[in-house]
Design a protein around this ligand. Structure first.
Ligand SMILES: *[C@@H]1O[C@H](CO)[C@@H](O)[C@H](O)[C@H]1NC(C)=O
Ligand SMILES: *[C@@H]1O[C@H](CO)[C@@H](O)[C@H](O)[C@H]1NC(C)=O
Ligand SMILES: *[C@@H]1O[C@H](CO)[C@@H](O)[C@H](O)[C@H]1NC(C)=O
Ligand SMILES: *[C@@H]1O[C@H](CO)[C@@H](O)[C@H](O)[C@H]1NC(C)=O
Length: 391
């Protein structure tokens, strides 16, 4: 029996999350002209105009992704420096919708499941048939994730992986669309117990990193429906029924586990720019705000400029609040400009901005083919003040 396993789609979603979460509320453009006079009119109560737009986005976001293709896999296995080639864009329409909505009158809140659906737009980019070589996520994740296990377990896992994949290399070459969306075939027609054990894990959906990310539940939110003394419109009150996360270490009352801001699909009107634009991203298990960089103009209208980054060592020093993102502060923190996702996704993954933009220079020296430039790789947001929308 062959199993189709979707291996890395969550990586796409991760990026999707960041982008979706930043590029979003264009919807409010027409809507919020009145807001200046009537901030209370932006609420999510049944029947309100905002509610309609918020429930089902009337148009998709354009989601473009570029991936790195490894061009010297054999060299790398001999100890060579990875040579990467950027391939893209692959273009998708990304629809975000909410389902199983439930109004909770007593709390003036609403709960729902969030879902992201990607539709291929081959007319705007590459076809998805291109062959991409990348580190084999299943082999590498399972091996690295099991390194701490007793030697016996490790040997069994290694044997099982060997039987299933008959690996010639730690890299995989497959079509983009199979790697990221449709899934790759895994031969589970195996007698050996070690292989069967692994296949059962796949079937049970128990292998992190082997979960489909297209058109699936991205988590259940509970958000506030309108402004109140304790809350602002759209603020996340709970995620997957919990009022806070239990992912990051609880150190010195730091705030990594706090849910801050909204689900990213709405921002309260008339916030001060210094307050940031907080939202919770399930794919990063983290609440994040881009940093306010100052005033700007967009179409001659006053606007605010924000930029996203993951922080740096200097940042860790001045922001004790972020120490909980370190494995072991101060000795073991993620490199500047990166975020460690192992606690979040269960897989040994780091996130950074594209091309290690604003990340530790050491990382750049370790691979060939990355060239961070502000113009291409910074995550900039222009938040227009009058209509309170992103552009
Ligand atoms: C990716 O790299 C491989 C070599 O590792 C090459 O054969 C393949 O054509 C490249 N893919 C694209 C889309 O350029
Ligand atoms: C994502 O899922 C939807 C709904 O099942 C499907 O129509 C669409 O083709 C899928 N997208 C990709 C890129 O496979
Ligand atoms: C917690 O706070 C104490 C004293 O304020 C400090 O010495 C210690 O380094 C902090 N620990 C962490 C992990 O931030
Ligand atoms: C922890 O921090 C929160 C918010 O910063 C604060 O409200 C709370 O009082 C703090 N708790 C302790 C025990 O210091």
């Amino acid at each position: 029996m062959y199993l189709k396993v979707i291996i890395v789609s969550f990586v796409v979603l991760l990026l999707g999350a960041l982008i979706g979460f930043l590029a979003f509320p264009m919807l409010f453009k027409e809507l919020v002209k009145r807001v200046r006079q009537f901030p209370q009119s932006v609420n999510l109560k049944p029947g309100s105009e905002t509610r309609q737009l918020w429930e089902k986005m009337p148009f998709p976001l354009t989601f473009k992704i570029y991936v790195f293709n490894v061009t010297n896999a054999q060299d790398i296995e001999m100890g060579g420096k990875p040579k990467l080639q950027e391939v893209g864009p692959f273009v998708y329409d990304e629809w975000k919708d909410k389902y199983e909505l439930m109004d909770i009158e007593a709390e003036n809140a609403i709960s729902f499941n969030m879902r992201n659906t990607f539709q291929t737009r081959a007319d705007l980019g590459l076809s998805g048939e291109e062959l991409i070589t990348m580190p084999h996520p299943l082999l590498q994740f399972m091996t690295i994730a099991n390194l701490e296990q007793p030697a016996e377990t490790l040997a069994t896992v290694a044997l099982g992986l060997d039987i299933i994949f008959k690996p010639q290399s730690a890299f995989i070459t497959a079509k983009f669309k199979d790697l990221f969306y449709a899934g790759i075939d895994i031969n589970c027609d195996q007698e050996h117990a070690a292989a069967q054990a692994i296949c059962q894990q796949f079937q049970a959906g128990a292998v992190p990193g082997a979960l489909p990310g297209n058109h699936t539940n991205a988590g259940r939110f509970k958000v506030s429906r309108s402004r109140s003394r304790q809350s602002s419109v759209g603020r996340v009150l709970a995620f997957n029924e919990a009022k806070q996360l239990h992912i990051w270490p609880e150190l010195n009352n730091t705030s990594c586990n706090r849910l801050r801001g909204t689900d990213g699909t709405i921002f309260a009107p008339l916030m001060r720019p210094e307050q940031g634009l907080w939202s919770y991203s399930p794919q990063l298990c983290r609440s994040l705000t881009p940093q306010w960089m100052g005033r700007t103009k967009y179409n001659r209208l006053p606007a605010q400029r924000y930029e996203l980054n993951f922080g740096s060592a200097r940042f860790f020093q001045t922001e004790p609040d972020l120490h909980c993102y370190c494995t072991d502060y101060p000795d073991n923190c993620p490199a500047d400009g990166t975020m460690d996702l192992v606690r979040c996704s269960g897989t040994p993954l780091m996130a950074s901005l594209p091309h290690f933009y604003q990340a530790d220079q050491k990382l750049l020296a370790e691979v060939e083919g990355v060239q961070p430039t502000a113009a291409k790789h910074a995550s900039i947001l222009i938040f227009e003040q009058v209509s309170i929308s992103f552009v």
